[in-house]
Write a protein that binds this ligand. Structure first.
Ligand code: HPA
Length: 300
């Protein structure tokens, strides 16, 4: 059914280029395609951020589906993002892993960025783990740290760019979702327990999502810190909002790949290479943590 506004005219005509609304049938079409290309019926979703896709290599009995084959899926354009779904067994859970995600700065709409989350939900995924690379705002954080996201500041959303803009699909969730409990308490507690038991240091904090692709000015870094953010990045929040809207449990972990620079005319500057290099070093630690959380979840 076409999405109609109060006027009775299709809403599409009032949509800006920032929106590409999908129908329930389109999400279902993507899910049906994936289902027909895997033996697995995943219940846990995993989104792997920049430089972090190595974790997918640990998946057993893997079935791989490239994004380009899946109806309605965008194709990832950034180096370091593999662009495929990997389904299989990980720590006794059946997972659907995004090896590479979509970013708003690539030119996708927020609905495209978050399409895989809704497709996963249609596949039967009830729990979503989201990872990202982030710059540290909190001065006590160091490169290599893992940060459990407790809450976020959605700067892109506050500026009017939301994946939930446009006709609401009631099959997923309500028109006006609450977002004060996006990062499921039960999973945060599990992650802290799992980390403590295995002596994996785990910071906690607030993640600010910016649109990118540029990094931040020194003044922006100081502003974000003053607003209470501990880490900054260019992803995650749109995905976690869509997951929460659809009733999924969410766990999100930032890997601290660099320190956000808060001094004007500092000698050094952040770079994608720095983020990717640090990501590679953090993958083993992130992998241990996520496997530990999965084991806590599955009792395995
Ligand atoms: N800023 C924004 N995004 C990022 C950063 C950063 O410092 N590091 C990794 N992703």
């Amino acid at each position: 059914m076409a999405p109609f506004g109060l006027s009775g005219r299709p809403l599409q005509s009032t949509m800006g280029p920032m929106d590409t609304n999908f129908t329930l049938a389109q999400y279902d079409e993507a899910a049906a395609f994936i289902r027909s290309h895997t033996r697995h019926r995943p219940t846990v979703g995993l989104i792997l951020g920049s430089g972090l896709s190595g974790l997918a290599e640990q998946i057993e009995d893997a079935d791989v589906v490239p994004y380009r084959d899946i109806p309605h899926f965008p194709v990832s354009t950034v180096a370091g993002h593999a662009g495929r779904l990997v389904m299989g067994r990980l720590a006794r859970a059946t997972v659907c892993t995004m090896q590479g995600r979509f970013h708003y700065y690539e030119g996708y709409s927020m609905q495209q960025v978050t399409l895989p989350v809704r497709v996963m939900r249609q596949l039967g995924v009830a729990t979503l783990f989201v990872t990202n690379a982030a710059g540290a705002l909190n001065p006590s954080f160091a490169v290599g740290d893992l940060m459990l996201i407790e809450d976020h500041i959605n700067l892109v959303g506050m500026a009017g760019v939301s994946p939930l803009r446009g006709p609401n699909l009631d099959a997923f969730g309500t028109r006006f979702p609450a977002v004060n409990r996006v990062y499921t308490r039960r999973l945060r507690d599990l992650a802290q327990k799992a980390a403590a038991a295995r002596q994996i240091p785990l910071r906690r904090g607030i993640y600010a999502q910016l649109a990118g692709p540029n990094f931040e000015t020194a003044a922006e870094v100081r502003m974000l810190r003053a607003w209470g953010a501990d880490a900054v990045g260019m992803s995650t929040v749109a995905e976690t909002i869509v997951a929460h809207h659809a009733g999924m449990e969410v766990l999100a972990i930032s890997t601290i790949t660099n320190t956000a620079i808060d001094v004007l005319d500092a000698e050094n500057e952040p770079s994608h290479e720095e983020v990717m290099d640090a990501g590679k070093l953090i993958v083993p630690r992130l992998t241990s943590l996520l496997l530990a959380v999965l084991r806590e979840m599955t009792g395995g």
